[in-house]
Design a protein around this ligand. Structure first.
Ligand code: TYM
Length: 329
């Protein structure tokens, strides 16, 4: 039975990019025949967060959003990374077979440095912790957005290096899985949608604020009667990433971009269409989230159960890895 695993950092409100690139895949993959693990990468968030109340709040928020987006605790093991401390032991065991050059070339670290964020050893070793997340439950498939591909490749390298170093077969090699429609969703400024760029769209915002955010998406200055290029317009790219290329609303939108109908078709119309698509696609999630906010017990129960299930699986792998190194003797 294929094991699926992925996670999101609790560094702020989840956004459309997280959903389109990753969370939508988690929900699709919850099928009989798959064993799905989805966690909150709380240790990873510590590489940047310094406010305990914010970290605690964000963790709950991510779980609430997972449930609202349609993750089902009866089918998916949902847990907080720090509820399974064995992950950090695995991180250490993997660190000891990891050559420095593997971390030096990690883009997530280089990107953060380039943005002027102060680096710490946690940030430098971030991909090793991510490898421990993936190898702990022995995942076969890791559904992620394109920016995470290098991390999965590093994970494969580390799995092989450990097996080779200790002449064992403790770890299997995972593969990444990208979303068919939205490998990288742009934000309101046309750059990659990212919490750290302040360009995100939150699908749970109240209608008025959501509409304002959508109306603020950056476009060029083409007029109502000018033909427009959908491929370079963030409004169109977000709509397509959310609804999918085959959706009749997207086909209609694309036609209007290329050939504005009599009376014209401007970016205001395109933004209104996107706003309506968002309200439609997320209607059920928005309703469920409002219910969950009023029922904190549901999140607690989900996490209690998830921690137990995840820990049982991951501690077996860690025990096998310890044994392979000689630590268990
Ligand atoms: P994070 O928290 O940055 O993002 C969570 C997921 O959302 C995807 N994503 C996007 N996809 C498409 N377009 C975008 N604009 C966009 N922005 C974000 C990301 O690719 C990711 O899949 N290192 C990970 C968290 C992590 C993890 C793991 C993931 C820790 N351990 C083990 C998988 C397996 C991260 O920072 O994701």
């Amino acid at each position: 039975m294929p094991r699926i695993l992925s996670g999101v950092q609790p560094t702020g409100q989840l956004h459309l990019g997280n959903w389109a690139g990753a969370i939508r895949q988690f929900v699709e993959l919850q099928q009989p025949g798959n064993e799905v693990f989805v966690f909150v990468a709380s240790y990873h968030a510590l590489t940047t967060l310094r406010d305990p109340a914010v970290l605690r709040d964000n963790c709950r928020q991510v779980v609430t959003d997972y449930l609202a987006f349609g993750l089902d605790p009866a089918r998916t093991t949902i847990y907080l990374q720090h509820d399974v401390p064995e992950v950090t032991e695995l991180h250490w065991l993997l660190s000891c077979v990891c050559p420095n050059h593997l971390m030096d070339k990690a883009v997530s670290y280089k990107d953060k440095l380039n943005k002027g964020l102060s680096a710490n050893i946690g940030l430098y070793c971030y991909p090793i912790l991510q490898a421990a997340d993936i190898l702990g439950p022995q995942a076969d498939i890791v559904p992620v957005g394109r920016d995470q591909v290098q991390h999965i490749e590093i994970t494969r390298d580390l799995a092989g290096m450990f097996n080779h170093a200790f002449s064992c077969e403790v770890f299997r090699q995972p593969a990444y899985r990208l979303s068919a429609t939205a490998e990288v969703l742009p934000g309101v400024d046309g750059e990659k949608m990212s919490k750290s760029y302040g360009n995100t769209i939150d699908p749970f915002q109240d209608e008025k604020a959501l509409r304002k955010r959508v109306m603020g998406i950056k476009t060029d200055s083409k007029g109502m009667d000018d033909a427009k290029d959908p491929a370079t317009c963030p409004v169109f790219r977000i709509a397509k990433g959310v609804a999918g290329a085959d959706d009749p609303r997207i086909i209609d939108l694309e036609r209007k971009y290329r050939e504005p109908p009599a009376g014209g078709f401007g970016y205001g119309h395109a933004k209104q269409a996107l706003f309506e698509i968002l309200l439609d696609v997320f209607a059920e999630s928005r309703r469920r989230r409002a219910e969950l906010m009023a029922d904190p017990g549901a999140v607690d129960a989900c996490l209690r159960d998830g921690a137990q299930r995840a820990r049982a699986v991951i501690s077996q792998t860690v025990a096998a890895a310890r044994a392979a190194t000689g630590l268990s003797a």
